[in-house]
Write a protein of this length. Structure first.
Length: 358
């Protein structure tokens, strides 16, 4: 067969294949059932589901456990909370038991039964540690809390599901789920009171790293044209630190951006846009917004990740949401707007800080 015949034949075949596949496609789309069969809807993973996948292996890492267990303010806070508030004879759930430490405190406080749940393989160490420490009445369950069932409700839920951004370890959905299914009416959640802060701050000069396009004179070299290449990745706009030397001062007087009471909060009731106004009390540069949390059990039992609190729990980082550098004067009014799509996912947080006095 001559080459041009072969070419014509191939073109004809491919024309018919395209024609019939287009017709087949149109036909499938006319029938909802066929459409569903051939193109099943793609289920998007929520941030909480993504976190669930990630944290099972993250917390199996012994170094993560070491960091938490050697955080003295953290351990004193939980030990104090449990010895004060878990009563002899109570039934307790320890949500995310890790190495079993909170469950062991509850057992030693006289709990009749502690269900220590963790979906990570760290729970194998927890079982062994309980045995070597003579801890009794603790049942270890390797399961995600949302899959955990009980016939009889409990008196207390213990948890440490606190992220650097407060919400990013899925504390609210996990605790609400157990509270609504398995906590007796009037039961205790330890801890249950939280505050999230988002405060305009000035950094100490040694810690100030401007955006690259703000560097217009590095010994005569100008980077301002780099503003055209502003990165799109959200983490570029957040700094993470545990260093008490980083923040020089809060620009105004801090008050919480959000208050959470785990006894009453419902999943998804935290507003997705929050505005706060700060009167400037300390003049100077505003570098960013410091994100940190406080958890309270009693007035004298508070856990803090504030960048300016010398008693802060050191293993929690605080975050600086970066801003274009501005100078402010005492008495200026700053309006901070935080908009989020999903509180569990800090990548969806967006922020603005406007000086309303200019
Ligand atoms: C921050 S660590 C705290 C560990 C321990 N409670 C402590 O205070 O040292 C959180 C632990 O909870 C587990 N975890 C997180 N969400 C969970 C869930 N929904 N169900 C079961 N385990 C969970 C993680 O695997 C991790 O071991």
């Amino acid at each position: 067969m001559a080459v041009h015949h072969l070419q014509r034949f191939t073109a004809l075949i491919s024309h018919h294949v395209r024609l019939y596949s287009a017709r087949l496609g149109n036909w499938i789309f006319t029938s909802p059932r066929l459409k569903l069969w051939f193109y099943p809807p793609v289920k998007l993973e929520t941030a909480a589901e993504r976190y669930r996948r990630f944290n099972g292996s993250y917390f199996a890492d012994l170094h993560e456990q070491e960091r938490m267990l050697s955080d003295q303010p953290r351990m004193a806070f939980y030990h104090g909370a449990i010895t004060r508030h878990v009563k002899p004879g109570q039934r307790v759930i320890d949500l995310g038991t890790g190495t079993g430490i909170l469950a062991s405190y509850a057992s030693r406080a006289g709990a009749a039964k502690v269900y220590a749940i963790d979906h990570s393989t760290i729970i194998e160490h927890a079982r062994e540690l309980a045995a070597t420490n003579g801890i009794v009445k603790v049942e270890f369950v390797e399961q995600h809390s949302m899959d955990f069932e009980l016939d009889q409700k409990v008196d207390v839920i213990l948890h440490e599901q606190i992220g650097d951004f407060l919400f990013d370890e899925a504390m609210v959905p996990n605790v609400c789920d157990l509270r609504d299914r398995l906590l007796k009416p009037g039961g205790t959640i330890l801890p249950s009171q939280f505050e999230l802060f988002c405060e305009p701050v000035t950094l100490n000069d040694d810690f100030r790293i401007p955006y690259i396009w703000e560097l217009n004179n590095v010994h005569g070299f100008d980077y301002s044209s780099m503003e055209r290449s502003r990165p799109q990745n959200p983490e570029y706009y957040r700094l993470a630190s545990c260093d008490l030397q980083m923040v020089k001062h809060f620009v105004g007087d801090p008050t919480p951006l959000v208050e959470v009471d785990l006894n009453t909060i419902q999943v998804d009731t935290v507003p997705l846009e929050i505005k706060i106004t700060r009167e400037v009390k300390r003049a100077g540069k505003v570098d960013g917004l410091a994100v940190f949390m406080k958890a309270k059990v009693d007035d004298d039992l508070v856990l803090s990740s504030s960048p300016l609190d010398p008693g802060r729990a050191p293993h929690w980082g605080f975050r600086i949401l970066r801003l274009d550098l501005t100078e402010v004067a005492v008495g200026d009014l700053l309006e901070v707007t935080l908009t989020v799509q999903d509180w569990t996912d800090p990548d969806t947080w967006r922020w603005i800080c406007d000086n309303k006095s200019r």
